[in-house]
Design a protein around this ligand. Structure first.
Ligand SMILES: [Ca+2]
Length: 401
């Protein structure tokens, strides 16, 4: 019963915040919303949210404190980037970042200018398409492999290449439908060593409910592209289905996968992914009582979220919001239940595309103000580094071109 109450507050709050910001779009930027310091809003959750309240016995819930980072004091580690999208780290702590429209990969080291280390052949950008996700091999020290997901003229695909060997490209996954929007594109290695790929419906919503299509899915493949024998649908890369446009993948400390996806206009979602789960799109968006579909653990309105990248650190799920222009922080307890989300960086750096946890415990956030949706500022796009809490912040680094 306690669980019911906590969840109702969380969803009500998300809904209430959305209403506030929808009305405030022409107003000056609001101050950051720190929901944990506010009383729960009075309005009841809308009917669409009510059905999801899993009965659960047990004692009082204790939520880890969200945050752990000083969001007022970032290090700017790169400026002047062109639509940074996928971002991952090399063992030395430097980052590789994919530039969507240019099809290039940059290496970013705090205090040094970004350096181009690869140009991906065959990238055809346009709209939301282009060079999207990037993941460094978990065994990079041994194989030096980097994985990227992108749109060509005819499909969405994943290739891998050896860093410093541009001619070494190898196709891992190909043939997914591409479109000018809804291309998914986030890729990440799970704690099981498998590569997960968030895909979109490519503007063909029905594909999400078609198990013979890899669009509108989360895919799970081996690092060489083969289908693992323990996938939920034998012989298929499909891990979960019924998705609209998955751009965020993150695992908690217990190995549970959380995925963010952009809604069509009513509800953006964070889902806790189980193998074989059907998450409803396009039959339902947000919550439903249809037993065929799994409900999200959290919804936001597109105005307050439009979520892209996601990351986990110290009991908190971080979600980068594009249209919402904020970093959502979501406490997740040991049982995998989500608490009340707290918004950070609200309209501070503009649209946020990507958030990733660095090997040194810092949180890196990439903006997305050059993606054609807003007028970029003089330093856009930027990559920001937030040191872990409790540590002395490093001296600020001069913005680099
Ligand atoms: Ca859904």
């Amino acid at each position: 019963m306690r669980r019911h109450v906590v969840f109702a507050v969380a969803t009500t709050l998300a809904v209430a915040l959305g209403a506030v910001h929808a009305q405030a779009t022409e107003a000056p930027p609001p101050t950051p919303v720190r929901a944990a310091h506010q009383p729960p809003p009075a309005p009841a959750a809308p009917a669409a949210v009510r059905p999801f309240a899993p009965a659960r016995s047990g004692g009082p819930m204790s939520w880890p404190e969200p945050g752990g980072y000083d969001f007022d004091r970032p290090q700017v580690v790169a400026t002047g980037l062109a639509v940074p999208w996928g971002l991952d780290f090399l063992p030395d702590g430097s980052a590789l970042v994919a530039q969507r429209d240019l099809g290039t990969v940059l290496r970013i080291r705090p205090g040094r200018p970004p350096r181009q280390v690869a140009r991906i052949p065959g990238v055809v950008a346009g709209g939301e398409a282009g060079l999207l996700g990037l993941a460094v091999s978990p065994t990079f020290r041994r194989d030096r492999l980097v994985y990227v997901c992108f749109t060509t003229a005819s499909d969405v695909r994943v290739i891998r290449f050896r860093l410093g060997r541009p001619s070494s490209t190898q196709v891992i996954l190909s043939g997914l439908n591409r479109a000018t929007a809804h291309d998914g594109g986030r890729i990440a290695f799970g704690p099981d060593g498998m590569l997960y790929v968030g895909t979109g419906d490519a503007l063909m919503p029905g594909l999400a409910q078609d198990l013979n299509s890899r669009n509108g899915k989360i895919l799970r493949i081996r690092p060489d592209g083969a289908v693992p024998p323990d996938n939920p649908f034998p012989g298929s890369a499909v891990y979960s289905w019924g998705h609209r446009n998955v751009q965020g993948l993150a695992w908690d400390h217990a190995g549970r996968l959380f995925a963010s996806e952009l809604g069509a206009g009513r509800w953006d979602e964070v889902n806790r992914i189980v193998p074989g789960g059907n998450y409803g799109w396009p039959v339902v968006e947000g919550f439903s009582t249809d037993p065929r579909f799994r409900n999200p653990v959290l919804v936001w309105t597109p105005a307050e979220a439009s979520p892209s990248g996601a990351a986990f650190a110290a009991g908190t799920l971080y979600v980068a919001a594009l249209r919402g222009q904020r970093l959502w922080t979501v406490p997740v307890d040991d049982a995998g239940q989500v608490g009340v989300p707290v918004a950070e960086l609200v309209q501070t750096y503009g649209r946020l595309r990507t958030v990733e946890l660095a090997p040194d415990g810092s949180l890196w956030v990439a903006t997305s103000n050059t993606d054609g949706r807003v007028t970029p500022g003089p330093d856009d796009d930027r990559i920001l580094r937030f040191p872990p809490g409790g540590r002395t912040p490093q001296p600020p680094v001069l913005p680099l071109r």
